[in-house]
Design a protein around this ligand. Structure first.
Ligand code: ZN
Length: 237
């Protein structure tokens, strides 16, 4: 596998554990976030922002059949805008393996189904939707579960919006290794417990100064949380 060759010396992957390897393909607030998690020979995508397909193709093509799940933290476009390009590429490539699509809201499901039905023949693969929740699903020998997080957007024209359905994810591997992804989240007390002792925590660290409003973490908060985990990657900067 090209990704393995690239990561064989430990440099391509941002983190290599016993059960998982993680690579932040790209992450910039308001632009795109896409993170790759490898569990043995199965790939999971954590969020799917603009450019995900380009980023995946830069590591070869093995992922086309080995991508098992897309875990979306919420519907904001910087986390989902790459979905349609990815799905249409998988269709062209003749992928047949079922793809799990995890999301805390059903809104994208309607859009994806409409998109699929606009193509001749639809998709050659099934999409299994999972409305991300606390009861874990088993996938490729791992367990994935979701936890709700407080998150909302603020735009200069419209001001502060209401909270959106948003989650973070926890993955537990074959030997018990635990990877936590915060998604986009404002501060809440329970986050400390979730991140405590994680083998890897991928934590958003958007703001330099506190802004309240349950929107995002500050770099300072993310750094405090990072100390609770055995290893951490700070994203969404
Ligand atoms: Zn967001």
């Amino acid at each position: 596998m090209k990704a393995e060759m690239m990561g064989g010396d430990g440099r391509w992957w941002n983190w290599r554990g016993r059960d998982f390897k993680a690579k932040v393909l790209f992450s910039q607030k308001g632009v795109a976030t896409q993170i790759l998690l490898l569990a043995k020979s199965s790939f999971f995508l954590l969020d799917c922002g603009d450019g995900t397909l380009r980023d995946l193709l830069s590591m070869g093509e093995e992922w086309i059949h080995a991508l098992r799940g897309v875990f979306l933290s919420h519907d904001h476009p910087d986390h989902t805008a790459g979905l349609f390009a990815l799905l249409s590429f998988l269709r062209l490539a003749g992928r047949k393996e079922t793809l799990v699509m995890a999301s805390p809201s059903r809104r994208l499901e309607l859009g994806i189904n409409h998109y699929r039905d606009s193509f001749f023949g639809g998709f050659p693969f099934e999409i299994e939707y999972w409305e991300s929740g606390p009861s874990a699903i088993r996938l490729c020998g791992c367990e994935a579960s979701a936890f709700p997080v407080p998150h909302r957007e603020r735009t200069s024209f419209f001001g502060t919006a209401g909270l959106v359905p948003a989650v973070g994810y926890a993955f537990i591997g074959r030997t018990g290794e635990r990877v936590v992804y915060s998604g986009d989240t404002g501060w809440f007390a329970g986050l400390r417990n979730i991140i405590q002792d994680a083998d890897l925590a991928i934590i958003e660290a958007t703001f330099s100064q506190p802004k309240g409003e349950e929107r995002h973490l500050t770099l300072g908060q993310a750094e405090e949380l990072a100390k609770l985990a055995k290893w951490a990657l700070l994203v969404h900067r």
